[in-house]
Structure formats: structure tokens, C-alpha cells
Design a protein around this ligand. Structure first.
Ligand code: FEO
Length: 394
């Protein structure tokens, strides 16, 4: 088969997943995802990060097409989540003498998932391992994305194998490198990955970025998506921007509606924001759009306006997932607006407002609650003014 080389004797052996509909069974994958893995053929043969279990036969074919009958000596597990570690057991079965390399926090979860591992090598933060011409250094990155997460840095080539950090959704179609692939829309898919996988651990991400800042990095090879070898500064700057909660001018309006009245309110608010000079306005129905896209745009923009109809004295249930994500991820530096419909009892706006108070959101003006449809001039004016107020703040 045609091999993909990152550098002399460093091979890409990852796989494309175009079958899975939902990443972690909740994040939409219209363009698939990759599980990147790397093989370093040196005096000791080293695999870095295996792949999801279902792809084992394709993965093994790729490894063997490079190695033939030669054995793999080390398997570096940068992260225990099964999208990567799912094939650990099968790799150990194939290469029984392999040493599994992880840090002090790696083997608890790994053995809980797959059973006991006899041949393990526990490395400390900053420890190095010579495999011949290449010297690998291991840097722990707690909570990016799990407690045991780490990055592996090859001092010889300046490649950092960053695991989830710098990952993005979408398969790799032809080339794996940023300077060769069609990058149209990739920033959005990388941000969607960041917002939904890494966003809530932005503080540890900043610490991890600071930790590797002193390294001479020639290439960033994550475990999902594009490998960065040309636009390294661009991608590091993006990560710094996202980890520091720096949004851009724009407004996300997300609503939950049963009969369309709250959707009509969203359009009036959008008109107010547009008249205040906001160009980038995204409107989403929480019953229809996968939450990962809404959270991506929450991370991207500085304005968030939530609207919901009442449902038995509370709020329409599909909005709960979004408010959960917002209160859990805690995106910062946002301006919020709240609106909704009363139905027969009210309660939607009241519930949203209570969540906003409890989370100390920066709500820019009084919530707007409309009885029935937004057809009375007074209600239209309040909704328009809410959009205008938000627009002026952004
Ligand atoms: Fe790609 Fe957190 O695993």
C-alpha cells in the first residue's frame, strides 16, 4: 500500500471512520472522524495511540504492511478513551511482548476497560525514552481530555503527538497535512471539536499549552483530523484564543418551540441585532440541530440569546440539554438575552431566568415573555429592543 510518512521512518497508520453517526454517541459526524495513529520504526518499533476497536483489522493491515513480521516493541497510550484505546487489547494479543507506555494515571482506567496488562512502562511527566535515533519525551496534560491524558514529543523530528488537543472532526480524504488538504470549513470543525470535547477544560488546556511552549515544534500530529506542519502558529494561536474564551462579534439565538411562536420571536430579535450592526447571527432550533453545532457557535461568538416556550410551568425540555452544556462548560465573556412564550401557564422564561441567575450569566436586559404569538406591537417592540441591546453590547 502507499505509505504516508511524517518524517523518515515515522508513518501515519490511522483510519477514517465514515460509519459512526455520533461521536461519543452524541456529537454529530456528518463528515466522519479519524483515529490517527503513528508508527516509528527505529531500533525499537513504537506505536503511538492505537485506534477504535472496530477498525483493528484495517489498522493491523497498515502496521504489517510496513513492518512485515517485525514486532512492535512499545505502544504509547497517550489517552485511555476508547476511541483510541479500543484496540489496545487486540494489539497486545498480536504482539504479546509489547510494552505499554503510559503515566501513573493511565493504567487504572485502561485495565478497568480491558483487563490487566502485564508488560507496562510507567513514565513520569517530562521523562524520556530512547528508541534508537529518536528520543521520545512524555508530557502529562491532565484533563485534556481525561486525567491521564498526555502528549508525546519526538525531540529528533520536533513532532508533538498531541492526542485530543488540536484535533478536529472530519475524515482525511487523500492527504493528512494542512498544506495539502482542502481546509475549507476545517476551522469550524476543529472549533466544534474544541467546544464539545475540550472547552470545559480550557484552564488545563492553557496549562498544557504553556508546558509545551518551550519545545521546538515542527509538526503537530493529533489523534483526530489534520496534521499541522505549515500553519503551526495559526493553530496554536487558535487554541490560545479558544482556551482564553475570546469570542468574536456575533450572536447565537437558540430556541425551543412547539408551534413556532418562539421561532418567530427569534427572527424579531435577530432583526434588532442586525439593525445594531451585527452581521454574524446564527439561529438554531434546539429540537432540530445537534447540540454540538450550537455549542461551537456559543464558543465562537460573544452573544447568546436563549428562547423557550413554557411546558407545564417549566421550560420546553429540549432546551435543558443546552442549558446543561452552558452551565457545565461555562463559556466566559458572553452577553446573554432571554425570551420565550407563556403557553397556558408561563414558566419557560422563569426557568431560564433562574438558571441564568444561578450561573451568574451577564444578561443584558429584562427577559421578554410573550403571551401566545408575537403579534402585539408592544411585544414586537420588546423583542426587537432585546436584539438591539444585545447587538449594541457585542
Ligand atoms: Fe479522542 Fe478523548 O478521545
Amino acid at each position: 500500500m502507499k505509505q504516508i510518512l511524517l518524517a523518515d521512518n515515522i508513518y501515519y497508520v490511522g483510519v477514517n471512520d465514515r460509519k459512526t453517526d455520533l461521536f461519543e454517541n452524541h456529537l454529530s459526524l456528518p463528515d466522519g472522524v479519524t483515529y490517527n495513529s503513528y508508527l516509528i520504526v527505529d531500533e525499537k518499533v513504537t506505536l503511538i495511540d492505537p485506534v477504535e476497536a472496530e477498525f483493528m483489522s484495517e489498522y493491523l493491515y497498515k502496521i504489517k504492511s510496513i513492518l512485515g513480521t517485525r514486532k512492535v516493541d512499545y505502544l504509547v497510550v497517550n489517552h485511555d478513551e476508547p476511541d483510541h484505546s479500543g484496540s489496545v487489547y487486540a494489539i497486545i494479543k498480536e504482539y504479546p511482548e509489547i510494552q505499554v507506555v503510559g503515566n501513573a494515571k493511565t493504567f487504572g482506567p485502561l485495565e478497568a476497560f480491558y483487563g490487566s496488562i502485564e508488560n507496562k512502562k510507567i513514565v513520569a511527566d517530562g521523562e524520556s525514552l530512547s528508541i534508537g535515533k529518536h528520543a521520545l519525551h512524555f508530557y502529562t496534560m491532565p484533563m485534556v481530555h481525561w486525567p491521564e491524558s498526555m502528549a508525546t514529543y519526538d525531540e529528533t523530528t520536533g513532532i508533538v503527538f498531541s492526542n485530543d488537543a488540536f484535533g478536529g472532526f472530519g475524515t482525511l480524504n487523500g492527504s493528512v497535512f494542512d498544506d495539502e488538504a482542502d481546509m475549507t470549513g476545517y476551522e469550524d470543525e476543529m472549533l466544534r471539536y474544541y467546544a464539545n470535547i475540550v472547552g470545559k477544560v480550557s484552564a488545563p488546556t492553557m496549562r498544557a499549552l504553556q508546558k509545551v511552549a518551550t519545545l521546538k515544534i515542527n509538526m503537530i500530529a493529533p489523534s483526530h483530523g489534520i496534521i499541522w506542519r505549515k500553519n503551526i502558529k495559526y493553530v496554536v494561536d487558535k487554541y490560545l484564543q479558544w482556551a482564553q474564551h475570546q469570542g468574536q462579534k456575533g450572536l447565537v439565538i437558540a430556541y425551543g418551540t412547539m408551534y413556532g411562536n418562539t421561532a418567530r420571536m427569534a427572527d424579531i430579535i435577530a432583526k434588532g441585532a442586525a439593525d445594531a450592526g451585527v452581521k454574524e447571527i446564527k439561529i438554531y432550533d434546539v429540537s432540530k440541530t445537534n447540540m454540538s453545532y450550537i455549542m461551537r457557535d456559543v464558543w465562537k461568538y460573544t452573544g447568546v440569546c436563549l428562547g423557550v416556550c413554557a411546558h407545564y410551568n417549566s421550560m420546553f425540555p429540549p432546551m435543558s440539554l443546552l442549558t446543561y452544556e452552558l452551565t457545565d462548560s461555562k463559556p466566559q465573556n458572553k452577553f446573554y438575552g432571554i425570551f420565550g412564550g407563556m403557553s397556558f401557564s408561563g414558566g419557560g422564561v422563569k426557568t431560564l431566568n433562574a438558571i441564568a441567575e444561578s450561573a451568574a450569566w451577564n444578561v443584558v436586559s429584562e427577559p421578554v415573555e410573550v403571551k401566545g404569538a408575537p403579534i402585539r406591537e408592544e411585544d414586537v417592540e420588546k423583542l426587537y429592543n432585546l436584539g438591539m441591546s444585545l447587538g449594541q453590547k457585542l
